[in-house]
Design a protein around this ligand. Structure first.
Ligand code: FES
Length: 98
């Protein structure tokens, strides 16, 4: 499994993580906290991100209200990064060093 670079806009933060890491975990490693009230179980929908470039390598199915994710968005806790993926959190996220 290689390394994948993922970028978070509009924060300009990047992480290089093992491919297959979730977007939520990659955001943490980039120093960005994305809302995730269900703890990454795919049920709250808080972690929705808009996909600006690339495609997630895989997306696990969501549950409950989180299952209705609009087109062009994905849940960060269920999506695995692919190299070159660029996403923007739907809810404001906090960057550690901002
Ligand atoms: S953290 Fe709750 S759906 Fe992703």
């Amino acid at each position: 499994m290689g390394s994948c670079r993922v970028r978070f806009e509009p924060y300009g933060l990047e992480a290089v993580v093992p491919c297959g890491t979730t977007v939520l975990e990659a955001a943490r490693r980039a120093g960005l906290r994305i809302a995730s009230s269900c703890g990454g179980r795919g049920s709250c929908g808080d972690c929705a991100v808009r996909v600006l470039a690339g495609e997630p390598a895989a997306v696990r199915p969501a549950e409950g209200r989180a299952a209705r994710v609009p087109q062009g968005m994905t849940l960060a806790c269920l999506a695995e990064v692919a190299d070159g993926l660029v996403v923007r959190p739907v809810r404001p996220a906090s960057a550690k060093n901002a």
